[in-house]
Design a protein around this ligand. Structure first.
Ligand SMILES: [Zn+2]
Ligand SMILES: [Zn+2]
Length: 255
């Protein structure tokens, strides 16, 4: 499976972009940095966007992606998420006030955007990938995604504070190639991390104590807040015994 990092930060500056990843060339995970990272041609090849939750840093580029798609006359863009995520997008985002309702505006052979609801713990086919949402612990209903193709799986953790079910499901996987996991705030901002349902390096370390997969498993970290980047990176260096990798913009993996 090909994985490309479009955005991997918990905030934005000219050097930081919010969460967005590309699997192959047709499936995006979250939409924090799609149109700011990809050419029109690359955008047009995206058929589906998996959306973990409706927070702005994960959905913002759905607006500009849909707008470009409509003008390009390309294929219908599928927005895939748990029902709560789809409902929030319908009500608060593509609501004909903040932005047009692109489910009612045609691109080529159908609507510009179509919503696809997927259920927690149920595998669904998305562009030839088997995608299973798993609920995690955030301030709004949020899902992680297990993504599998050709007997290999990766996990995208979404935004989450300390959680349980995700670890149970991760530990049951026998084909896991990489775990993408958030870490946002430094250790002395633990109160803020708890309140906003995010992780600090220490909280991440405690979470990883629940992981029974091999110590060699690549754990790809994203969502560090730019303001706290130096401190979080220093504190992550003190987390031992796991194969932690800090994601960078433009990173590409073959998993
Ligand atoms: Zn969030
Ligand atoms: Zn976020």
């Amino acid at each position: 499976m090909q994985l490309r990092v479009l955005g991997c930060h918990g905030g934005e500056t000219p050097k930081h972009r919010t969460s967005s990843f590309l699997v192959g060339d047709s499936v995006a995970i979250d939409a924090g940095a799609i149109t700011s990272s990809l050419s029109l041609g690359e955008q047009e090849r995206i058929r589906s966007v998996l959306v973990s939750h409706p927070h702005m840093d994960h959905v913002r580029d759905l607006a500009t992606l849909a707008d470009n798609r409509c003008q390009q006359g390309g294929s219908t863009l599928e927005i895939v998420g748990i029902p709560e995520t789809i409902e929030a997008l319908r009500k608060h985002f593509f609501n004909d006030i903040i932005w047009p309702d692109f489910t009612k505006i045609d691109a080529k052979d159908g609507p510009t955007v179509r919503y696809v609801e997927v259920q927690a713990n149920q595998a669904a086919d998305v562009e030839g990938y088997e995608v299973t949402p798993v609920l995690v612990n955030h301030t709004v209903d949020t899902s992680a995604f297990i993504i599998r193709q050709n007997g290999k799986s990766i996990v995208y953790g979404g935004d989450t504070g300390p959680t349980e079910d995700l670890w149970t499901q991760i530990n049951a996987l026998d084909d896991l190639q990489a775990l993408m996991m958030e870490v946002s705030f430094p250790n002395d901002e633990t109160d803020l991390a708890w309140a906003s349902r995010h992780l600090t390096p220490e909280m991440l370390s405690s979470e990883l104590d629940k992981l029974t997969q091999s110590d060699a498993l690549p754990i790809l970290l994203y969502h560090i807040k730019p303001t706290f980047e130096t401190r979080v990176l220093r504190e992550l260096a003190e987390v031992r015994g796991r194969n932690l990798q800090i994601l960078q913009l433009g990173d590409e993996f073959l998993l």
